[in-house]
Design a binder for this molecule. Sequence first.
Ligand SMILES: NC(=O)c1ccc[n+]([C@@H]2O[C@H](COP(=O)([O-])OP(=O)(O)OC[C@H]3O[C@@H](n4cnc5c(N)ncnc54)[C@H](O)[C@@H]3O)[C@@H](O)[C@H]2O)c1
Length: 357
Amino acid sequence: MRVGLIGFGSIAEHGHLPALQSCPDVEIGAIADLSADRLDRARDLLPAVSLHASPAELIEQAQVDVLDICTPPHTHAELMVAACRRGIGTIVSEKPFVLSEEEYARVACARAESGARVFSVNNWVHSDLNRRVTDVLRSGMIGKVRRVVLRTGRPDIALGNGGWQPRWRTDPAYSGGGIILDHGWHQLYLLLGWIGQDLESVSAVTRTIDPRHYPVEDDAAVELCFASALGRIELSWIAEGRSNEGEIEATHGHIAIFDERIVVRTAMTERVFPFAGRLTQSSYHPDWFQKMFEHGILDKNREEADRTFAEAGILVGAIGAAYRSARDNGAAYRPRIPAFVQEESVSGSLRSASSPS
Ligand SMILES: NC(=O)c1ccc[n+]([C@@H]2O[C@H](COP(=O)([O-])OP(=O)(O)OC[C@H]3O[C@@H](n4cnc5c(N)ncnc54)[C@H](O)[C@@H]3O)[C@@H](O)[C@H]2O)c1
């Protein structure tokens, strides 16, 4: 399986590359990056790889089975469309998958024309801790989920590598927005999967507290309404330290999520599940990526590709609604779910990897 990597920055070097190298029968065949420093780094690590200073050149010339896109968000849609047109069979894009409903529609058209399997990166689903939460919910031991709250705190943005623009996360031309798109994306797919119902409305309040983060939001609270459940995501780039935590209330019990353990309570029992790694340990977690590549991408699993693609459509609609709400003082907005995703939902392929049902 020959893999081409576009964007050889922090997540490509420390997350995707070690994950791919630990999967059997994978060869990194080509790497593209705009930065000469990053191409030098790729040459140091992988002397035999073919290097491209232009992503278009890699897409046109390299013979790859899988294209793995790890560039900043503003490039994802354009690169996925080009890869579909080139006939690459398996395409993976980092989060946020795309930045708008319009970009999503363009990728959906190119994907339909080419028949490519297009995967949206969902590495947080594959952490041991989050998998255990999913298993507990699937087991039915705490009943039906009624409320999920997830919180992410970081003391600042994660800097991009020094070879390009380390502060791209605060420039909307590259990032498309602030912490909702950056960390909220992961928390949203976890929450949607655990609640497992159609999202009805979204409201959000955002602020920019640290002037270094202007003009994007560095603090956000997003409320999500479902037919018989509520969700809330709290995000901050001005926290004192790194934190990830949350809670899940269900009809017959409760899960408290901490950085390195979960506590599952029912009327009769309390069980603590500890984990060797912490959620906040780093931004990379190659073991989560390894599971993501093995579960669906490298085994060319059409169902998982379609599921993550449809899920990305819901996330784009939800985040669009959150930003509209934030501009309208927190009013509730119904997400615009792309037509393609509604059709998929009807045909039943939206069952989430992290859904309890
Ligand atoms: N899934 C996760 O847990 C996770 C974690 C971190 C970052 N990310 C995502 O990964 C992507 C990259 O983030 P990063 O932290 O590695 O950033 P980074 O700045 O370290 O790396 C981005 C790289 O892309 C290159 N680049 C920029 N524009 C390009 C273009 N048009 N063509 C080719 N190369 C280009 C830059 O030179 C740079 O080397 C972002 O979408 C980010 O949101 C995901």
